[in-house]
Design a protein around this ligand. Structure first.
Ligand SMILES: C[S@@+](CC[C@H](N)C(=O)[O-])C[C@H]1O[C@@H](n2cnc3c(N)ncnc32)[C@H](O)[C@@H]1O
Length: 294
């Protein structure tokens, strides 16, 4: 299912990849690119990002900050490797992966996020190792076999056609390359009214699937050695603490950032998030898979 239909960015269908000759950049957005109207409406406001920074650390838009990125790339050789960060957001994870020695290309739909990501790269002096690209939803903007690893932190959560995205990840990976993802998932079956309320309060696109559904899409896309690691127990406790901090120590900063009304909405959204995690309706799962070597 996909939440909040009508917000422009919701139905993200992937069509067959189209190569652009020697440019080797597909579906990248540029001022001079030909094409119809863009199909994404920005969802992250500056204040929402500031608020997320307070909770998850500056530049991170998924729970856990640096520890989360370590979990995601656990066991992966990064030094000297070429890594695609699909849905890189404000660049927190991409900067870490670059600091650990990789050459990183980050893509995202939203220009404002990439502006913040580029500022971070500048501050950290990582400009020679990271490049960011604004893209439209759809086929990935890269040639076949062009990355050693693809990392996707929290972006598949927002992409309806996950199978097509997994196929694209496989295409751009070199043989033997690794896919590492973190996503919010759900148990099989319908979502509850509380979950729908949370989607509504968050105001973001959500297209959640179960871990088994992810695994079967990974296999169908052609990946091997696919597995999921469920870290929901960790985040269950963490989310409860986050909700408490938002009501308590972080509350004055939130009000200064968002104003009283928006803070009330934000705090309520986090209360619901913690409740959904506690009830096992919202899962935090790391997925990994490999492109066959031959
Ligand atoms: C939850 S945020 C996570 C950002 C970042 N990966 C992190 O962990 O901090 C998900 C990001 O995916 C981006 N996104 C969603 N669909 C995308 C797509 N089809 N292509 C590229 N980025 C996408 C969103 O704009 C958003 O920045």
């Amino acid at each position: 299912m996909i939440a909040r239909e009508g917000r422009g960015s919701l139905i993200r269908r992937l069509s067959a990849p189209q190569h652009c000759g020697s440019l080797k950049v597909l579906n990248a957005r540029s001022d001079t690119a030909e094409g119809g109207p863009l199909s994404h409406t920005d969802e992250y406001t500056a204040t929402m990002l500031e608020a997320m920074d307070l909770i998850w650390g500056e530049g991170f838009m998924a729970p856990g900050g640096e520890g989360h990125v370590r979990q995601m790339v656990r066991g992966l050789k990064l030094c000297g490797r070429r890594v695609l960060d699909l849905g890189c957001g404000q660049g927190g994870p991409a900067c870490l992966v670059a600091r650990w020695g990789a050459e990183v290309v980050g893509t995202d739909l939203e220009a404002a996020l990439l502006t913040r990501a580029r500022a971070r790269v500048e501050r950290e002096g990582l400009g020679d190792r990271i490049r960011f690209l604004q893209v439209d939803p759809g086929p990935l903007a890269f040639a076949d076999d062009s990355f050693d690893a693809v990392v996707v932190s929290g972006a598949l959560t927002q992409i309806e056609d996950k199978l097509a995205t997994y196929r694209e990840c496989l295409r751009v990976l070199r043989p033997g390359g690794a896919l590492r993802g973190y996503d919010w998932m759900k148990p099989p079956g319908d979502v509850s009214d509380a979950m729908r309320d949370w989607f509504e309060l968050e105001g973001l696109t959500y297209a959640l699937r179960s871990p088994d559904a992810h695994l079967s899409m990974l296999r169908e896309a052609g990946f091997v050695e696919s597995r999921c690691r469920d870290k929901s127990a960790w985040y269950r406790a963490e989310a409860a603490r986050e909700a408490e901090r938002l009501r308590d120590t972080l509350h004055p900063q939130l009000v200064a950032l968002l104003g009283a009304q928006e803070t009330a909405r934000f705090v309520e959204a986090w209360r619901l998030l913690a409740r959904l995690c506690a009830r096992g309706e919202l899962l935090q799962v790391y997925a990994e898979a490999r492109k066959p070597a031959h």
